[in-house]
Design a protein around this ligand. Structure first.
Ligand SMILES: NC(=O)c1ccc[n+]([C@@H]2O[C@H](COP(=O)([O-])OP(=O)(O)OC[C@H]3O[C@@H](n4cnc5c(N)ncnc54)[C@H](OP(=O)(O)O)[C@@H]3O)[C@@H](O)[C@H]2O)c1
Ligand SMILES: *[C@@H]1O[C@H](CO)[C@@H](O)[C@H](O)[C@H]1NC(C)=O
Ligand SMILES: CC(=O)N[C@H]1CO[C@H](CO)[C@@H](O)[C@@H]1O
Length: 376
């Protein structure tokens, strides 16, 4: 008879190793293994069955959109940022399409997109990495069928660094357009400065990451001239990465940098935002409440202001980012949260209140900093 120890050693451990090996093998055969990883891990770690494995349309969180719901008026006092080059207007208040379980169930993504547009929102933040562009596109097209104008919608997508390279960028933008079922994308970003140890079609030709970013930018500039995308931008870029692109000739201006921004980001990220503003680039702030550690402190320290204004701390922080000259893209699949988040156009913080928030500089310890120099 085998002992428990030897069963564990000879039967169970090898099975686990085999399962892991199959999983890793499966991931590496897939178009965007990292994206697939998130679509499985994010629902699983929230105790939800991953739709990529167990099927879409089973998750709760976003109710069906009534057939007779027509477009509601856009929010009053809506604010916009002007993109350099095209002069396009980007609504400062958007919705994000990643990183929560409901962002990986295609049926819920379809509903969230449709809810958001019918409730009057117009700025949607997507990406190749989120693997949900087909569902976002279905939602947009259904909203258009119900009367929302395409020209009013501002849609962002992003190319992941594992796809950097001239030819590959051409393919990714085409495949995003096919998935979305749209004629053009409003803003297309380089998602990160680098893929770290993971390669790209460009790096496999022996080129360095800086060269690969430039070739990707060249391709985006040409796609912009052809009208496939209306603006080109970057995400998580530090000043030095932006300057490389600014030094190129006959290419698109850098229209946007999407980075993590709150009063708690390190000095380097603050400087990046200042630099972008000086250069008239627009900035989109994600994680405006900081990381988990800052979030609890901010809740405590802004409780008074929250009571005084009759608005939640989250709303105050979204408004802080807007009044700091940035766009925000809070993620939610819940129509009630969408309404709350869109209502930040109703608040206005005084100079003294803005100053009070700017001064909430907790130490950035434990801060998850995706913005700068991640891998270089
Ligand atoms: N470029 C990049 O590298 C990068 C990185 C991270 C994120 N992003 C973008 O930024 C977006 C936002 O990401 P984030 O990290 O800042 O996350 P977040 O939007 O701050 O957090 C989303 C969470 O907040 C909840 N929520 C939303 N509205 C709410 C409300 N009114 N009341 C209570 N809870 C509410 C959502 O749950 P419910 O669904 O239940 O509402 C969800 O769990 C992403 O979707 C993505 O588009 C970009
Ligand atoms: C930014 O815009 C302002 C106002 O339109 C203009 O005066 C300034 O020259 C621009 N700066 C750059 C760096 O383009
Ligand atoms: C009221 C409000 O502003 N709610 C949410 C808006 O979106 C953020 C996500 O960035 C949530 O955390 C807030 O609770």
């Amino acid at each position: 008879m085998m002992s428990i120890k030897s069963i564990l050693l000879w039967r169970i451990l090898p099975s686990i190793a085999l399962a892991l090996a199959c999983f890793v093998g499966y991931l590496s055969q897939h178009e965007l293994p990292l994206g697939l990883f998130f679509t499985i891990i994010i629902p699983a770690s929230n105790g939800v069955l991953p739709p990529q494995i167990f099927g879409h349309g089973k998750m709760k969180g976003t109710p069906e959109v009534p057939d007779d719901l027509s477009p509601q008026p856009r929010p009053e006092n809506e604010m916009f940022l002007t993109l350099p080059g095209s002069g396009d207007l980007m609504p400062q208040n958007g919705v994000g399409m990643c990183c929560r379980p409901t962002a990986y169930d295609d049926e819920l993504v379809y509903r969230s997109t449709l809810w958001y547009l019918l409730l009057g929102g117009r700025h949607i933040d997507g990406a190749q990495l989120y693997l949900n562009s087909k569902a976002v596109g279905r939602g947009i097209r259904e909203a258009m069928r119900r009367g929302v104008k395409r020209e009013e919608i501002f849609l962002t997508s992003k190319i992941f660094p594992t796809h950097y390279g001239y030819e590959s960028t051409m393919k990714v933008v085409k495949s995003e357009l096919d998935d979305l079922g749209l004629e053009y994308i409003d803003l297309f970003l380089l998602h990160f400065p680098s893929s770290g140890p993971l390669g790209s079609p460009c790096s496999k030709e022996g080129k360095g990451i800086s060269q690969c970013r430039k070739e990707t930018w060249q391709a985006l500039s040409e796609l912009r001239n052809k009208g496939n995308i209306r603006n080109a931008g970057v995400s998580n870029f530090a000043v030095k990465h932006i300057q490389e692109l600014e030094a190129m000739t006959d290419v698109a201006p850098v229209a946007n940098n999407q980075i993590s921004f709150s009063p708690f980001v390190p000095e380097k990220a603050m400087e990046t935002v200042e630099y972008c503003h000086q250069r008239n680039m627009t900035v989109t702030a994600y994680m405006p409440l900081g990381g988990q550690h800052q979030r609890s402190l901010v809740m405590r320290d802004l409780a008074g202001l929250s009571t005084k204004l009759g608005k939640s701390v989250s709303q105050i922080m979204l408004r802080w980012a807007i009044q700091s000259g940035c766009a925000v893209i809070p993620g939610t699949g819940n129509p009630n949260h969408m309404k709350e988040n869109l209502s930040v156009y109703e608040i206005e913080l005084s100079d003294a209140e803005m100053k009070q928030i700017n001064e909430l500089k907790y130490n950035a310890k434990g801060y998850m900093n995706m913005d700068t120099n991640m891998f270089d």
